[in-house]
Ligand binder design. Structure first.
Ligand code: ZN
Ligand code: ZN
Length: 191
C-alpha cells in the first residue's frame, strides 16, 4: 500500500495532524488522499483518529471532500423542533413606508405600524389596470405606482399612448409647473 508523499505529510501536519495522528493513519490504512473518501466525512475521521473536528474538516477539505457545515445541520435541527420556521428575510418582508420598521408576520394590508402608528403601507391604485395594491409596483400588471397627485397625470399619459414603463419615468422628469398645466388640461376638459 502506498504511503503519503513527503509533500502530503507536510500538508497534513500543517493541518494539525501530529506524528501520533499520522501513525494512527498508517494503522488504519489511511495512506493516500483516496483513503479519506472511504472515511467519508470529517466527524468520522475525527472519531477514528483522534483529530479535532476542526483539523479533520481542514484535512477532508484538502482531500476534496466537502464537509457538511455543522452550523447548517444545527439550524436544521432547530427549525424542525420549532413551530415557526426560521424566516429568512427576503423581498416578501413588509416594512413600514414611514419608519422602515419590519411588520409582524400576521401583517395584513391596511394594518397600522406597531412602531409609529401610521398605516404601514399606503394603498395605491394602478393608473394602468386600476388594481389597488401596496408597495412600489402593481402586483397585477407590474406598473410602478405613482403618488396620488400624479395619478391623474399618469392616466392622462396612458390615454396619450405613453407606454407603461415610460409613464413613471416621464412623471419623474416633469417639474411642478408642467404637472400643474397637465392637471389644468384635465380639469378644463381638454381630454
Ligand atoms: Zn412605522
Ligand atoms: Zn396595474
Amino acid at each position: 500500500m502506498a504511503d503519503f508523499l513527503p509533500l502530503e505529510i507536510a500538508i497534513l501536519k500543517s493541518k494539525g495532524a501530529s506524528d501520533e495522528i499520522l501513525e494512527k493513519f498508517k494503522e488504519l490504512g489511511i495512506s493516500s488522499k483516496e483513503s479519506f473518501k472511504i472515511v467519508g466525512d470529517a466527524q468520522t475521521l475525527s472519531d477514528i483518529t483522534g483529530l479535532t473536528v476542526t483539523n479533520a474538516i481542514a484535512i477532508m477539505e484538502w482531500a476534496g471532500i466537502k464537509s457538511e457545515d455543522p452550523q447548517c445541520s444545527d439550524s436544521k435541527l432547530n427549525s424542525g423542533g420549532n413551530q415557526q420556521p426560521i424566516v429568512i428575510e427576503d423581498a416578501s418582508v413588509i416594512r413600514c413606508t414611514h419608519c422602515d420598521h419590519k411588520q409582524p408576520h400576521d401583517y395584513k394590508t391596511g394594518d397600522l405600524c406597531p412602531n409609529c402608528g401610521k398605516q404601514a403601507q399606503t394603498l395605491a391604485t394602478c393608473y394602468w389596470c386600476y388594481t389597488s395594491g401596496t408597495g412600489k409596483f402593481c402586483k397585477s400588471c407590474g406598473a410602478e405606482f405613482v403618488k396620488n397627485i400624479e395619478y391623474e397625470i399618469a392616466v392622462l399619459l396612458k390615454r396619450e399612448g405613453v407606454s407603461k414603463r415610460e409613464i413613471a419615468k416621464e412623471l419623474a422628469a416633469m417639474d411642478e409647473s408642467e404637472k400643474e398645466s397637465r392637471l389644468t388640461q384635465l380639469r378644463t376638459g381638454r381630454y
